[in-house]
Design a protein around this ligand. Structure first.
Ligand code: AMP
Ligand code: ZN
Length: 288
């Protein structure tokens, strides 16, 4: 039996799916499952509500932490009959994330999270396309979105916030549409839901993410605002409101000249990172 809180939480997530037309029951929705509370909750809610749900996990090879996450998502999926796809950086780039991160950090001023984030995004899109996903659902939540919006402003890329939304449509066949059913859900609510549902997940952060600048920025914002609870919601909703009033022209689809994956420039960030290590992408064939 679900508690009143859990029922309300699920209703809110389903409302986001409906309001933003994120998916229909005939779509194959592949959930990017890290093994954490957010993406596991997304997979659980979609499955329970009749969506054609599969899971995609990237084994990052970060010691015990990755082993536990992989074990957790495997048991979650097998208990519920969810098809689980597993990929790793080794499959595509021939090395573990840890090796790639430390080699790149020795050559360039890159944070651990930025290397990992770029590689994860690349694999998620490639693998989701290979397995015929109609869309890729992620566990991005309100804090993630507020952090990204703040980072875009700080980094001098405010226009990127105009593309942020619970759902991003395909722009050509290369980019697998993204959906973020937890876009308006706060971390404490997701954690409470996941604990009530007794999902087998770790509640600790990735051991490599300590001191991440993006996380610190949002935590700082919370501190100066005295923990004002609506701050993040207002911040994120502001950009959705601007989008309604001033629709932006669609970004033209650009693909990387080397790997054929979506890119904002001629060479994607994954390929430019790999080129610093003189490593080509292992499977360079252009997907369709
Ligand atoms: P992060 O970039 O770690 O904040 O994660 C954002 C979202 O990306 C998560 O909610 C997941 O949906 C997805 N994700 C992160 N790590 C993995 C992983 N190892 N395997 C599959 N999906 C992941
Ligand atoms: Zn590339």
């Amino acid at each position: 039996m679900c508690s009143k809180f859990a029922e309300k939480f699920e209703k809110n997530v389903l409302r986001t799916i409906k309001d933003y037309s994120l998916a229909s029951k005939s779509d194959k929705v592949v959930v990017a499952c890290s093994g954490g509370k957010d993406s596991t909750s997304v997979a659980g809610i979609l499955l329970e509500n009749g969506y054609d749900t599969e899971a995609l996990h990237i084994d990052l090879g970060i010691g015990d932490w990755s082993k536990k996450n992989r074990g957790n998502i495997s048991s979650f999926c097998s208990e519920r009959g969810i098809k689980l796809h597993i990929a790793s950086t080794r499959d595509y780039f021939g090395s573990s994330v840890c090796y790639l991160k430390s080699s790149l950090q020795a050559k360039a001023n890159l944070t651990s999270c930025s290397v990992c984030g770029v590689m994860k995004k690349w694999i998620l899109n490639r693998k989701a396309r290979e397995i015929g996903a109609a869309m890729l659902a992620t566990g991005h939540n309100l804090e993630d979105e507020a952090r990204t919006a703040a980072m875009n402003l700080i980094n001098g890329n405010p226009e990127l916030n105009l593309f942020s939304s619970p759902g991003r449509k395909a722009n050509g066949k290369i980019f697998v549409p993204r959906i973020k059913p937890l876009y308006f859900c706060s971390t404490p609510d997701i954690e409470r839901y996941s604990r009530e549902m007794e999902f087998p997940v770790l509640y600790d952060r990735c051991p490599c993410s300590k001191g991440s600048f993006g996380r610190n920025v949002v935590e700082e914002l919370e501190t100066v605002s005295g923990g004002f609870p609506e701050l993040k919601m207002n911040f994120v909703r502001t950009f959705l409101e601007i989008q309604k009033k001033a629709p932006v022209c669609g970004k033209t689809a650009v693909v990387c000249n080397f790997c054929g994956e979506p890119s904002r420039r001629g060479v994607c960030r994954t390929c430019s990172m790999l080129s610093m290590l003189r490593k080509p992408v292992v499977n360079p064939s252009r997907g369709t």
